[in-house]
Design a protein around this ligand. Structure first.
Ligand code: NAP
Ligand code: GDD
Length: 339
């Protein structure tokens, strides 16, 4: 089986490469060139997997690149993971977010339609599309109310995929995935920002962790569990839309508390709103709120109802919230010591 992964150098690309390698797939990874010629999470993969990945350099915004690629390779499966994926950045740079996430996605699906219509296509949609949901928990029937340029761009991609599936009979699955994290999560996302800071503070390499909204609540799972769901979505009957999530909500505050507990530090909260601080037993300020990390709008009250994926794919989120934090902190502690 031949696969193409866009966004292979990101978090999900890392776990999906591992999975497809285990399943003996041929893997072609799309990487955008940068001046240092680094390849993101690919560099963290075991040697034997790295060696098997064929890298093709290209950018989502280049329609010709995808047309030539699909005409030449005609893969069995294409996982379209690449995106400007940071919600906060999308408020500052909506135009480039739309270029990459909307026009870029159109380039991918058009190339599949024109040059390789039998390719099964996975699109990385998101729970962010629910924005301010009218009902909780959310499933495939819940209406969308996006609350960021990122969410708007993903909704455009989602509807494009649905339209092409119905209009042209293509095999396309939209994964409406809730937050999933890991030891290779990008350092700007809140979970990894916390696990890295906790490890550095424990080892005396950082003084304070500055965060935005401590009361933001998310449904957080482990990325490894979720990429298995992506593969299942392309290997089960027909293309469809599926919600994947844990069905549990936790606050950023809880994540901070548990992460510090992992290194033997208990956090005590004092103050309110932007003046709130987190202190250690011996009175050191370890956590501060910084308004710069707040967003103009917050999506809240997400909670996944993944019963369709449970029933049709037998998919389940396997890693608990605590286990997730434990493995992230453990990995960052190891990396902090090695540096
Ligand atoms: P990520 O770590 O941010 O990875 C994004 C990938 O897209 C990176 O490989 C990045 O390349 C690539 N990319 C960005 N712009 C590109 C461009 N113009 N041309 C080519 N490649 C480009 O994201 P992730 O967490 O793995 O998520 C994968 C997908 O799932 C994304 O579409 C995200 O929006 C979606 N999603 C994620 C979650 C989650 O919780 N993780 C939940 C729902 C949906 P560089 O390495 O060069 O930056
Ligand atoms: N990044 C960040 N940094 N977020 C913070 C901070 C901070 O210092 N402080 C509080 N938060 C809050 C954010 O306001 C948000 O409510 C929550 O922490 C999670 O933020 P992120 O980790 O940046 O992720 P996200 O939920 O905005 O987006 C991720 O999940 C989406 C699925 O729901 C990304 O992976 C998206 O690509 C994905 O679609």
């Amino acid at each position: 089986m031949k696969s193409i992964i866009t966004g292979i150098s990101g978090q999900d690309g890392f776990f999906l490469s591992k999975l497809l390698f285990e399943k003996n797939y041929e893997i072609i990874g799309i990487v955008r060139r940068n001046s240092s010629m680094t390849t993101g999470t690919i560099e963290k993969l075991p040697h034997e997997i790295k060696e098997k990945i064929r890298i093709e350099y290209g950018d989502l915004t280049d329609a010709g690149f995808f047309a030539r690629l699909l005409e030449r390779e005609k893969p069995d499966e294409l996982y379209h993971l690449a995106a400007q994926s940071f919600v906060g950045y999308s408020f500052q740079n909506p135009a480039s977010t739309y270029d990459v996430n909307i026009s870029g996605t159109l380039n991918v699906v058009n190339a599949v339609k024109e040059y390789s219509p039998n390719t099964k296509l996975y699109f990385a949609a998101t729970s962010e599309m629910f924005g301010q949901p009218e009902s909780t928990p959310q499933n495939e029937e819940t209406s969308f109310k996006p609350r960021s340029p990122y969410a708007v761009s993903k909704l455009a991609g989602f509807w494009t995929m649905k339209t092409y599936r119905e209009a042209y009979g293509m095999f396309i699955s939209n994964g409406i995935l809730f937050n999933h994290e890991s030891e290779v999560r990008g350092p700007e996302f809140v979970t990894r920002k916390i696990s890295m800071a906790v490890s550095r503070i424990k080892n005396g390499k950082q003084l304070v962790l500055e965060l935005g909204n401590l009361n933001a609540r998310k449904d957080w799972g482990y990325a490894k569990d979720y990429v298995y769901g992506m593969w299942q979505m392309l290997n089960n009957g027909t293309g469809d839309d599926y919600v994947l999530g844990t069905g549990e909500l936790h606050t950023v505050r809880e994540f901070v508390e548990i992460a510090f507990q992992e290194v033997g530090i208990k956090i005590h909260w004092e103050g309110e709103n932007e003046n709130e601080i987190g202190l250690s037993d011996d009175g050191k300020i370890l956590v501060k709120v910084n308004k710069a990390f707040f967003r103009p709008l917050e999506s809240d009250n997400y909670l996944a109802d993944a019963s369709k994926a449970n029933n049709k794919l037998k998919w389940k989120s396997k890693t608990s919230f605590k286990e997730l934090i434990k493995l992230m902190v453990k990995s960052d502690l190891q990396q902090t010591i090695e540096k």
